[in-house]
Design a protein around this ligand. Structure first.
Ligand code: 5AD
Ligand code: SF4
Length: 466
C-alpha cells in the first residue's frame, strides 16, 4: 500500500503554485495524494506569515493535521518557518520544518524521517546569492487554469512587510525554461495560465542578459493552446510604457490587473515606504482604462497602519471609492517583528482597525457590485471551470436555457477575462471550455447569463480538456 500525503496551503498564489510542484514531487516518489480532511501518513502545511492572522491560521492547520493522525509526520514549510524557524520548531505537533528554499527535497527528507533517521532540516536565511529554484511544472489535478511561478523574492522592503525576509532577493526563471513550461501547459489542454511571482513586475532584472516581463509576455502569447494569460499582482511603479502597450495590444492577456495600492493617503504611503503617491496611481488607472475600457483593477489595502488618523483613513477610503476598483483585499495592519513599521508610533488600537476594516470591506462589496453591473447586457467570453450542484444553495430558477444545444442542462460557473464570475446553464460538460455568455442578472459575487448558441464558440479549438 502506498503512503498517503495531504496538503494544506495558506497565503498567495505563489504558495499555491509551490504546493502543486510539491504534490508532483511526492507523487513521483510513489505517494498517494489525499484530501487534508482525511487520515494521511504525512501532512504538509505550506504556510504564510504576512500578518499575525496568517500565522494563526497556519498554526491551526498544523494542529488539525496532528489531531487527524497522531502518528503522522507533520511537515511545515513556507514563509512562516523561513522567518521564524524557532517558533515553528517549538510547536509539539511539528516533526519537520523547511523554509521557502530547497522544497523539492521534502519527499526524500520525509522518507528518511520515516525510516527513523533523526533529521534537523536547517532553515537558512537568504543571502544575496540566492538563485531561482526551478520547480518543474507538472499537470496535476483536473483544472482549467494552471499556475506558473516565473519570479521569486522582493528587494523593496516596504516598512510594514516581512516578505523580503520570507522570500529573499529578486530572482527569475530563465525565459527559455518559462516557454518550455508554457508549451507543456498548452499541450495539456489548459486554456488559461496565471503567471505568478512575489514581485512579478521585476521579472528578468536579475538575469544575464537582463530580460523583462513585457518581452516574456510577447513570447508567451504566441504559445499554442493557451488562450488567456493572467498576471498576478503588479506594483504601480512597474508599469512602464512597454509593459502597458504589450498588455494593451494582446487580447490574450487578461483584462484584469491587481495593482496594490495599500493606502489612498499620501502621508501614509510615504511612511509605508511606497514609491508613488495617489496622483501617480490615479494617473496610471486613467491611462490603463483609456486604453482598455473593460479592464478590472483590484487592489490590496492596509487599514490601521501606524499613525493612520481618522483623516488619513477618510482620505484613503475616498480615494478607494473614486478609483472604482473591481475588488478589494483588505488587511488590518499587523506589526511584523524586524520591520520598520513595527517600531513606529503611535500604533492604531485594535478596535479602530477592526472598524476601519469593516468599512473598507463594505466599500469593496459596493464597488464590486457596481463593476459587475456595468456589464449587464454585454456578451463576454467565459472559461467554464466547475459545475455547480443545482439545489445546493444555488438559485437555478429563472435560468434561461440557450437554444440549439442538445442534452441535459447543468449549471456551470466560470470567469471572464476581466474576472467576472459568471453562471450559466449549459448542456453536458463544459469544464475547460470557453463560450460567449450574455450577462443578464447581477447577484452578490456573480453574474447570471445565457450561453450564446454559435457553432464557432461551442468548440473554439481542439485543445479543451473537458
Ligand atoms: N500587515 C497587514 N497587511 C500586510 N500586507 C503585507 N504586510 C502586511 C502587514 N504587516 C498585505 C499587503 C500585501 C498583501 C499580500 O499583504 O497589502 O499587498
Ligand atoms: Fe504569505 Fe507573502 Fe509568503 Fe505569499 S509570499 S505566502 S503572501 S508571506
Amino acid at each position: 500500500m502506498s503512503l498517503k500525503v495531504a496538503f494544506h496551503t495558506l497565503g498567495c498564489k505563489v504558495n499555491y503554485y509551490e504546493t502543486e510542484a510539491l504534490t508532483g514531487a511526492f507523487r513521483r516518489e510513489g505517494f498517494e495524494i489525499v484530501d487534508f480532511q482525511e487520515s494521511a501518513d504525512v501532512y504538509v502545511i505550506n504556510t504564510c506569515t504576512v500578518t499575525h492572522l496568517a500565522d494563526r491560521k497556519s498554526r491551526q492547520a498544523i494542529r488539525r493535521a496532528r489531531r487527524r493522525n497522531p502518528a503522522a509526520i507533520v511537515a511545515v514549510t513556507g514563509c512562516y518557518p523561513q522567518v521564524n524557524p524557532g517558533e515553528i520548531a517549538s510547536l509539539p505537533e511539528v516533526d519537520l520544518i523547511l523554509g521557502t528554499a530547497e522544497r523539492l527535497s521534502l519527499p526524500e527528507i520525509v522518507k528518511r524521517k520515516m525510516e527513523g533517521e533523526a533529521i534537523a532540516a536547517p532553515v537558512n536565511p537568504y543571502g544575496q546569492g540566492a538563485v531561482f529554484e526551478d520547480m518543474p511544472w507538472m499537470p496535476e489535478q483536473e483544472r482549467t487554469r494552471a499556475f506558473l511561478k516565473i519570479q521569486d523574492g522582493c528587494n523593496q522592503f516596504c516598512s510594514y512587510c516581512i516578505v523580503p525576509i520570507a522570500r529573499g532577493p529578486v530572482r527569475s526563471l530563465l525565459p527559455g525554461k518559462g516557454m518550455e513550461y508554457l508549451r507543456e501547459i498548452g499541450r495539456s489542454g489548459y486554456k488559461e495560465v496565471i503567471l505568478t511571482g512575489i514581485h512579478l513586475g521585476l521579472y528578468g532584472l536579475d538575469l544575464h542578459p537582463p530580460s523583462n516581463l513585457a518581452s516574456f509576455l510577447v513570447d508567451a502569447v504566441a504559445i499554442p493552446g493557451i488562450e488567456r494569460i493572467r498576471l498576478s499582482s503588479i506594483e504601480p511603479a512597474d508599469f512602464n510604457d512597454e509593459l502597458i502597450s504589450v498588455i494593451n495590444e494582446n487580447e490574450k492577456i487578461c483584462r484584469h490587473l491587481h495593482i496594490p495600492l495599500q493606502s489612498g493617503d499620501d502621508t501614509i504611503l510615504k511612511k509605508m515606504g511606497r514609491f508613488y503617491d495617489t496622483a501617480f496611481y490615479s494617473g496610471l488607472l486613467e491611462r490603463l482604462r483609456r486604453l482598455m475600457p473593460d479592464l478590472a483593477v483590484s487592489t490590496d489595502i492596509i487599514v490601521g497602519f501606524p499613525g493612520e488618523g481618522q483623516e488619513h483613513f477618510s482620505q484613503s477610503y475616498n480615494f478607494v471609492r473614486e478609483s472604482s476598483f473591481s475588488r478589494l483585499h483588505v488587511f488590518k495592519y499587523s506589526p511584523r517583528h524586524g520591520t520598520k513599521a513595527a517600531e513606529m508610533i503611535p500604533q492604531v488600537a485594535p478596535e479602530v482597525k477592526e472598524q476601519r476594516s469593516r468599512m473598507m470591506i463594505a466599500l469593496g462589496e459596493e464597488l464590486s457590485a457596481v463593476f459587475q453591473q456595468k456589464f449587464l447586457g454585454r456578451e463576454l467570453a467565459v472559461l467554464f471551470e466547475k459545475e455547480l450542484q443545482a439545489g445546493a444553495g444555488q438559485d437555478c430558477s429563472g435560468l434561461q436555457r440557450a437554444g440549439g444545444f442538445p442534452g441535459e442542462y447543468l449549471l456551470w460557473e466560470g470567469l471572464t477575462s476581466n474576472y467576472l464570475r459568471v453562471r450559466a446553464s449549459a448542456p453536458g460538460s463544459w469544464r475547460g471550455k470557453m463560450a460567449e455568455v450574455c450577462l443578464e442578472k447581477s447577484f452578490p459575487g456573480y453574474l447570471q447569463g445565457t450561453l450564446i448558441s454559435r457553432t464557432n464558440v461551442y468548440e473554439p479549438t481542439g485543445h479543451n480538456n473537458g
